[in-house]
Design a binder for this molecule. Sequence first.
Ligand SMILES: NC(=O)c1ccc[n+]([C@@H]2O[C@H](COP(=O)([O-])OP(=O)(O)OC[C@H]3O[C@@H](n4cnc5c(N)ncnc54)[C@H](OP(=O)(O)O)[C@@H]3O)[C@@H](O)[C@H]2O)c1
Length: 264
Amino acid sequence: MDLGIRNRRAIVTGGGSGIGYETARVFLEEGVRVMICGRNEAKLNMARGALANATGGEIHAIRADMSKEAEIVRLVDAAQAMLGGVDILVNNAGTMYSGRFSALTDEALKLQLETKLFGFMRAIRLVYPLMKAQKWGRIVNMIGGAGKEPDPYMFGSGMTNSALLNLTKSLSTEFGEDNVLVNAVCPGWVDTNLWRMNAQGLQRELGVQSDDDARRIAARKNSLGRFGTPAELANAIVFLCSERASYITGVSLNLDGGRLKSLW
Ligand SMILES: NC(=O)c1ccc[n+]([C@@H]2O[C@H](COP(=O)([O-])OP(=O)(O)OC[C@H]3O[C@@H](n4cnc5c(N)ncnc54)[C@H](OP(=O)(O)O)[C@@H]3O)[C@@H](O)[C@H]2O)c1
């Protein structure tokens, strides 16, 4: 299927690894021109090189910390300078704030809110006028299942995620008349660095001895009985950003192998 987005211009935040990296790869395969960002310049440059080699597409990378407003401005300015505009924004940069209420500090929550809630909102504030002017835009926010189904172990992420779901739905309503579509993706467990960083905490939470046991128990909650892969996430994200998804807005798509059992 031709997704109809050849030559469109996309920003993928946190594109240096994991889900963001795979999303950039699929965009490039579709002929989209891509800008990725992250905090670690060396990692980012390696990712840019690997993506260029693998796809032959146009890929740019800039160091930008999405928890810092001035760096988000720099990112969007660079995208405008190098790509000539922005048609697609995938708000993906972020981490996971796992642990129960007693483990969460104000500082950790503030950083999470700066990165995901304010980071996503500030990036949208900058790209929306560009998309509105051309009457075409796609925004996808990477959120997470704990925003829909509170889980004591995901206390910090859950609060941020619920706010982001509200933001997504509200902006989808407001931007609809401009043909700027705003959707959310809620991953379950996906096999990335983030999962590996979180594995020890989950091991303790589940009272098991090894990463493998933690993974097995966590995966058992999914209907499909396994973790997702970054590529599986990327395929759906790119579809939501495509011409083929022209009537989809305000949706929060669970990409979790059937983990959430509720009706939304
Ligand atoms: N994996 C899962 O199971 C899962 C579940 C639910 C939600 N998610 C969400 O999915 C998104 C992608 O995560 P992932 O699993 O692909 O993890 P990942 O492999 O760790 O990728 C996250 C990327 O974001 C970048 N990043 C983190 N903080 C940043 C910041 N402040 N500014 C700019 N870039 C930043 C990281 O690069 P640098 O370190 O170089 O900045 C990294 O390349 C995240 O928003 C995460 O919350 C993932």
